[in-house]
Design a protein around this ligand. Structure first.
Ligand code: ADP
Length: 195
């Protein structure tokens, strides 16, 4: 039963690393951005509401995001653990998640911060823009998402630190090396993969 989250600027590699952790710890990786993007693609009522917000690189309102996560965490595969990727991103979301878990007598085990400097992540996102063509990987939206991260989400980092949950990992270098760093840091906290 491992409950993790991964936080870091857009382009830090959260999706890549959380997919690996999901496999290693036998837990689902829950990426709010992916779920929103699927809704946009399927043109669901939620997708229609959030499409233009996402394309601009702004955050979806907290009430919609919190509801989405609370529904997702009720699915059977998430009952025994999960890794959240891209959530919480605001102080209100942190408090919502905290209360949601506490109501079930649960809590997070660790918050992994992937550290990467701005110029590096912007370069990665430019490259991804060419490969994937995501609606929010335009130059303006890339820059804007970095600013929104600094303004809205960076303030969460001291909160996790105060909660004793923060694990800071250097997100630069080879993907395997970053994975090794994360795994080492988790083991140091006695957070063990599923047998
Ligand atoms: P990135 O980390 O590259 O910004 P994500 O896939 O995590 O990409 O998120 C894409 C977009 O989805 C965000 O810019 C935002 O519009 C929306 N989104 C994802 N997660 C959240 C969240 N927790 N709160 C608000 N909006 C979110």
């Amino acid at each position: 039963m491992t409950r993790l989250l991964i936080v870091g600027p857009p382009g830090a590699g959260k999706g890549t690393q959380s997919a690996r952790l999901a496999e290693r710890y036998s837990i689902p990786a829950i990426a709010t951005g992916d779920i929103f993007r699927q809704n946009v693609k399927d043109e669901t009522p939620l997708g229609l509401k959030v499409a233009s917000i996402m394309a601009a690189g702004d955050y979806v309102p907290d009430d919609l995001t919190n509801q989405l996560v609370s529904d997702r965490l009720e699915q059977p595969d998430a009952v025994n653990g999960f890794i959240l990727d891209g959530y919480p991103r605001t102080l209100e979301q942190i408090h919502f998640l905290d209360a949601l878990l506490a109501a079930q007598g649960e809590s997070l085990d660790a918050a992994i911060l992937l550290v990467a400097e701005k110029e590096e992540v912007v370069a990665r996102l430019r490259k991804r823009a060419l490969e994937l063509g995501r609606a929010d990987d335009t130059e303006a939206a890339i820059r804007h998402r970095q600013d929104v991260f600094l303004q809205e989400t960076a303030p969460l980092i001291p909160v996790y630190r105060d909660m004793g949950l923060l694990i800071e990992v250097d997100g630069l270098g080879e993907i395997d090396d970053v994975s090794d760093r994360i795994e080492q840091a988790l083991l140091e906290r006695d957070i063990q993969p599923a047998a």
